[in-house]
Design a protein around this ligand. Structure first.
Ligand code: ADP
Ligand code: F6P
Length: 325
């Protein structure tokens, strides 16, 4: 059992970075300091924990960070943390540095690490941080709002030139396993087609037929939002151009979606979640994850959160298709 008296809180970011993570770190640091606790920052996620890259954090260390993209603590993916030896070692390092409560900012994989640490006696709370929006227990994840706005603005620009040249544009957005960025951009940018990893068996022949039909109806461009999980945008563009005779270009937006100054929403939600994580630890809670559901900030047991399922909302996808008339 974890000791429930919290004197020192650790904070780390893990997995892919996301704009707004700094706002969450800042909130953890300042909430904890304000409540008389000591705060330690762990660099480079679980890898940094295992390498003992641990620093003391003061209120001034997080000054001037709320508006910055990336994560000031840096992040990493760490295979060793997936092993029981790695998890035991990480828990022992937390104890060595007096970290009795740990805030983990990341996605489901990072929460699985926090769950294991809780099992080995470290009080943990997770905060959802990913541009993919693919965490089942929450309708909000840190970074999605910034990333989707970055992608939307980029797609608007591609659309301008696509219209001028009467081209088909295939624009690839991030999301290896999740199509939320693609779906939202599809609606926000008025795309003709949205390809998401959840629907791997999309019908390219139907797209070709639709492009030909749209040309007849006088459409001046044809926008396909393609998620990274489907990928292959460059070859897809060649195939579509050959089959339709319509000039087709592929644009891969890439990691610019992961960077940049966070939106107001990402700063505010991340700040509230960061403060809440500290409060949960101080209430003696552990193995929890913070979420946002039905207009409320909530928390769940990590075991329960990791067991939840989330699917692309079929009705929203149908609306996107309907609006592409
Ligand atoms: P995300 O947190 O965004 O889902 P990953 O899936 O890459 O990103 O996970 C981040 C890190 O969390 C991994 O590199 C690993 O260190 C840790 N992790 C992932 N899955 C587990 C697991 N089942 N047990 C322990 N640690 C895990
Ligand atoms: O999870 C965030 C994310 O950007 C995904 O959308 C993408 O598939 C993946 O990370 C890319 O990760 P990497 O940083 O390894 O390129």
């Amino acid at each position: 059992m974890a000791d429930k008296v919290i004197r020192t809180i650790g904070v780390l970011t893990s997995g892919g970075d996301a704009p707004g993570m700094n706002a969450a770190i800042r909130a953890v640091v300042r909430t904890a300091l304000g409540k008389g606790l000591k705060v330690r920052g762990i660099r480079k996620g679980y890898q940094g924990l295992l390498n003992e890259e641990i620093i003391d954090l003061s209120a001034r260390d997080v000054s001037d960070t709320i508006q910055r993209g990336g994560t000031i603590l840096q992040t990493a993916r760490c295979e060793e943390m997936r092993t029981e030896e790695g998890q035991q070692k990480a828990a022992a390092i937390c104890k060595k540095y007096g970290i009795d409560g740990l805030v983990v900012i990341g996605g489901d994989g990072s929460f699985a690490g926090a769950q294991k640490l809780a099992h080995f006696g470290v009080n943990t709370v997770g905060i959802p941080g990913t541009i993919d929006l693919d965490i089942a227990c929450t309708e909000y994840t840190i970074g999605f709002d910034t990333a989707v706005n970055t992608a939307m603005e980029a797609i608007d620009k591609v659309r301008d030139t696509s219209t001028s040249h009467e081209r088909c544009s295939i624009i690839e957005v991030m999301g290896r396993d999740a199509g939320y960025l693609a779906l939202w951009c599809g609606i926000a940018n008025g795309a003709e087609r949205i390809l998401m990893p959840e629907e791997h068996d999309y019908d390219e022949a139907a797209i070709v037929a639709d492009i030909q039909e749209c040309r007849k109806r006088g459409k001046k461009n044809y926008i396909i939002i393609n998620a990274e999980g489907i990928g292959d945008s460059i070859n897809m563009a060649k195939r579509i151009e050959e089959a339709t005779g319509m000039e087709t270009r592929a644009t891969i937006i890439g990691h610019m979606q992961r960077g940049g100054s966070p939106t107001c929403k990402d700063r505010v939600y991340a700040s509230i979640m960061g403060a809440m994580a500290v409060d949960l630890l101080l209430q003696g809670k552990s193995n929890r994850v913070v979420g946002y559901k039905h207009g409320q900030y909530v928390d769940f047991d990590i075991d329960e959160a990791l067991g939840m399922k989330k699917a692309i909302p079929e009705y929203q996808y149908e609306i996107a298709k309907q609006l592409a008339l």
